[in-house]
Design a binder for this molecule. Structure first.
Ligand SMILES: Cc1cc2nc3c(=O)[nH]c(=O)nc-3n(C[C@H](O)[C@H](O)[C@H](O)COP(=O)(O)O)c2cc1C
Length: 381
């Protein structure tokens, strides 16, 4: 169906309708997806999806600080039809986007990470798979050819973590995302709701007979040994059969430590404000991480991405790509594989539009020049 509202009629009578964004799709905006997802889930499961820790100030700040990134909008920039395509970690991506690793995902939809992987494949992006997924790493790797990153927590005995890394390689993953988990999180919504996922970490499908030794999982919960140091992480990275990206980077100090330990990429993240409250937002820490890493190290950022222009902001400030946690979970809850695919499409379309307005023909053109510093007080003249 074509609208006449936005169309003009040229002198020779040809109708020109700017209906590029007109869609008969079930969800036409990310807001609509989120509203539907929230209706689909019980309040307790929605709280699991959306929660932060403490007063959730970091979760809120992650989003609010994107709103403070303001554009410098050029006129007559001679832009060509922008392309959102890019290549990060040697992987061709239709836009600079990954689905972030999120656990216990069948709370949102029975398709879980199988559905996320298929949507990632259809959309031409790549999937990050968590060790805490509701399906085994092999099942998820078998569902698509885009399950390329496996997230695992470095805890317990080195030999156990290396055995799991080998298992990830055998399943077809190309990179590991190493995470650090010092202690449990204070998530008040979940404490209040007495929430415990059906597929809890205690029953993790990746551990047990015929899978991986459950000792690291027990260690994570029981906390009987000191947590790892950078020296131990470096030993793991040196012996790992797959290249390692370190997640949770929020400072120049940790960026340098991760690279010194042998990381091939940095993942700037505060886990969407789900680990500890009262930190800087991820986007605020990105410039110092890029500065410490130098121009060539691939950097992924997550925490607070809510729309396509946020992707552009992260790239302008030094990231090569971003990842989405809550938005992927929202898409999954709203409509399974189709909901995740629609989420990615909407992000891509808005990113495309943002590039055009900023005079960028590709995402590689995004840089500090795209950003405008706001004066504290507007003054005349
Ligand atoms: C429901 C849920 C579960 C998560 N589980 C994991 C996990 O198992 N491992 C992990 O590294 N990050 C986990 N995360 C964090 C995400 O990978 C990501 O860092 C975070 O969601 C990014 O912020 P955003 O939600 O604002 O995009 C989880 C996030 C959500 C929303």
């Amino acid at each position: 169906m074509t609208s006449t509202m936005d169309s003009t009629v040229t002198s020779n009578g040809t109708a020109i309708a700017d209906d590029r964004f007109r869609s008969e799709a079930r969800f036409t905006t990310l807001r609509a997806l989120r509203e539907h997802a929230e209706h689909q889930l019980s309040e307790a499961v929605w709280n699991y999806l959306w929660t932060g820790t403490g007063d959730e100030t970091t979760a809120d700040r992650n989003v609010a600080k994107f709103d403070e990134v303001l554009w410098e909008v050029p006129l007559f920039a001679g832009v060509s039809n922008p392309t959102t395509n890019t290549n990060v970690f040697g992987i061709e991506l239709a836009l600079p986007l990954f689905t972030a690793p999120f656990g216990q995902e069948t709370e949102f939809h029975s398709g879980g990470h199988l559905a996320v992987g298929r949507a990632a494949q259809e959309a031409g992006i790549a999937q990050m798979v968590p060790v805490a997924a509701a399906y085994s790493m092999e099942e998820i790797a078998g569902a698509s050819d885009r399950a390329l990153f496996f997230q695992m927590t470095l805890v317990g005995k080195l030999e156990h973590t290396l055995a799991m890394a080998q298992r990830a390689k055998d399943a077809g993953y190309q990179y590991l995302i190493a995470t650090y988990s010092p202690i449990r999180q204070w998530r008040e919504r979940l404490i209040h709701d007495k929430f415990s996922p059906r597929n809890s970490s205690v029953h993790n499908v990746n551990f047990g007979p015929g899978k991986s030794d459950p000792a690291p999982l027990q260690e994570l919960i029981n906390f009987t040994e000191p947590r790892w140091t950078w020296a131990e992480a470096a030993e793991f990275i040196r012996r790992s059969p797959l290249p390692v990206v370190v997640k949770g980077i929020s400072s120049a100090r940790d960026a340098t430590a991760a690279l010194d330990a042998g990381a091939v990429g940095l993942y700037v993240s505060n886990y969407g404000g789900r680990t500890i409250d009262r930190t800087l937002s991820a986007i605020e820490t990105l410039p110092e991480v890029r500065k410490a890493a130098g121009p060539d190290v691939p950097i992924v950022l997550d925490s607070g991405i809510r729309r396509g222009s946020d992707i552009a902001a992260a790239l302008a400030l030094g990231a090569n790509a971003v990842a989405i946690g809550r938005l992927t979970a929202v898409g999954l809850a709203a409509d399974g594989e189709a909901g995740v695919l629609r989420t990615i499409e909407l992000l891509r379309d808005e990113l495309w539009t943002t590039l055009g307005h900023l005079g960028c023909s590709s995402v590689a053109d995004l840089g500090p020049d795209a950003i405008r510093q706001a004066p504290n007080v507007p003054t005349a003249g």
